[in-house]
Design a protein around this ligand. Structure first.
Ligand code: NAG
Ligand code: NAG
Length: 481
């Protein structure tokens, strides 16, 4: 027994070492590839759209695709200053968008420093630089990038920068259906009683690269008829995903997402108090929404919430969360996917070009291969979005809110009475089960249910019947108290 245990731990250890070594090499290649792709896309954008498209490889100044928007950065946090004719406002964007640590730049910095040291080159220059850094501006003061003034003068009031859709995005009817509608609201699939029969409302928020079909194709048909006749259900496609608007000059901040949900569901349907069911990235929006509308949320059901508690002395919470979410490993494959999506702006754009722009082809092939046996709503969920939307949403919602999520949880714990239920799949590789227990540490009244042998998707897909009755019980209990 002991020998077996020892062999096992040796194997695990060597497996981990091999994983890290291979990961290091592969990500080094990716770093270079992303750097090269940057030039390829710069050129392609220029040739096809006759305009240089800014990206986050360059300085913060260039990184703002919107009109009249200015980047203001502070240590560990960045904000966008929106200038419109009537008001000024600050929107939070994630630091991780323009300060992703690249091996290439780290290594080249190391080499440069080493060379300088070695050759005693410009010794005094290095010293004066060091001094400057040490003296640096105090963190409470905004360091406004100097070209900001120039942008202010140049960009105020400028209209749509890029054509819709962009050349690298899909132009099928589903993807651009929003452009024909006059009002810019989210795509909402509403079900349940019309008019006065509705007694309760439920808002469903899907996760990263998914759509409302995640709920409507699985859960909705499995509710009992009693539930269907008393609950109004609203399943949305988030801004930038599925059939919802995918503006190219948007930064997909938390505020953008919340505003859209309010404008598309809560206001037009006069929803006053409601239940929320959210999956993965949607959990962060759900927490923010609950905190913003205290007293309105009757129950909060979170599936696989990506919450990574922050140690006290972390200088840059966004970066910390990104490293937790995507630790730059090639195994398990889902971690590789996460790292590609988080770290590489241009590689992930290439993936979108292959997958999202051709999603109809993938849809067709899936149908062909599986002979129509599986429904293809998941394929649509994965591939119907733009790179701009996915890239910004991932950074601004999961990483960018890292410093605020604690506050949302405290708000839910201390000021809000709603029931909190959390579900997590035992085999979830995308978001580990600890995340749910961590939420429970912050909100002790939350009930955590770990579902055996289920992962990030099968927590709902394939378990719809059980989950539907769980939800019915949760809503019943919430109304009773
Ligand atoms: C539950 O939903 C699935 C489709 O997702 C459907 O095939 C099944 O018949 C439903 N079960 C009930 C009891 O409605
Ligand atoms: C609902 O309430 C009943 C009775 O109080 C309790 O036994 C059950 O565990 C509760 N379920 C949930 C999901 O809150």
């Amino acid at each position: 027994m002991a020998v077996m245990g020892k062999t096992k731990s040796v194997l695990t250890l060597s497996g981990r070492v091999i994983n890290e070594v291979i990961s290091f090499m592969i990500f080094f290649v990716f770093d270079i590839l992303d750097f090269l792709l940057c030039f390829v896309y710069k050129l392609a954008d220029f040739l096809i759209e006759a305009e240089w498209k800014p990206c986050y490889c360059s300085s913060g100044k260039e990184a703002i695709p919107g009109s009249g928007k200015i980047l203001v950065s502070e240590q560990g946090e960045s904000k966008i200053l929106c200038v419109s004719t009537s008001k000024l406002q600050l929107e939070e964007i994630s630091d991780t968008l323009h300060t992703r640590p690249f091996l290439v730049s780290q290594v080249s910095n190391l080499i440069v420093t080493a060379l300088k040291r070695l050759m005693f080159l410009e010794k005094t220059l290095v010293q004066s630089c060091d001094q400057e850094i040490k003296q640096g501006s105090p963190p409470s003061v905004f360091r406004v990038n100097s070209p900001v003034i120039e942008i202010l003068q140049r960009k105020v009031g400028r209209k749509q920068l890029h054509p819709i859709p962009r050349w690298s995005d899909c132009d099928c009817n589903v993807c651009i259906s929003w452009t024909s509608s006059s009002k810019e609201t989210l795509y909402v699939r509403a079900e349940g009683p019309k008019g006065d029969n509705a007694q309760e409302d439920v808002l469903f928020i899907h996760g990263f690269i998914s759509t409302s079909k995640f709920w409507t194709e699985t859960l909705f048909p499995n509710f009992s008829s009693a539930t269907k006749s008393t609950y109004r259900m609203f399943a949305i496609d988030l801004l930038g995903f599925g059939r919802s608007p995918k503006p190219t000059d948007c930064l997909y901040t938390l505020k953008d997402h919340l505003d859209m949900i309010e404008r598309s569901v809560l206001e037009p349907n006069k929803v006053k108090s409601f239940h929320i069911v959210a999956h993965s990235l949607g959990c962060i929006l759900a927490l923010a929404l609950t905190e913003k509308h205290p007293g309105c949320v009757k129950s909060l059901t979170l599936l696989a919430p990506p919450y990574y508690p922050m140690p006290k002395d972390i200088a840059n919470p966004s970066l910390y969360t990104m490293k937790k979410l995507a630790p730059r490993l090639v195994w398990p494959p889902i971690k590789l996917g996460a790292a590609m999506a988080c770290y590489y702006e241009h590689i992930s754009r290439t993936m979108c070009l292959v997958l999202c722009k051709n999603h109809r082809l993938w849809d067709f092939l899936t149908k062909l291969v599986t002979r129509n046996r599986i429904r293809t709503y998941l394929v649509e969920g994965f591939f119907v979005h733009t790179h701009n939307a996915a890239w910004h949403t991932l950074h601004n919602i999961i990483c960018g809110t890292a410093s605020k999520v604690e506050g949302y949880m405290d708000g839910v714990q201390d000021q809000i009475k709603c029931h909190v239920n959390i579900f997590h799949g035992e085999y979830d590789d995308t978001v580990p089960v600890e995340c749910s227990y961590n939420v429970q540490k912050r909100i002790p009244r939350a009930r955590v249910k770990v579902i055996k042998k289920k992962d990030h998707l099968t927590i709902v897909v394939g378990r719809q019947q059980g989950f539907a009755s769980d939800l019915e019980e949760i809503w019943r209990n919430a109304s009773r108290s």
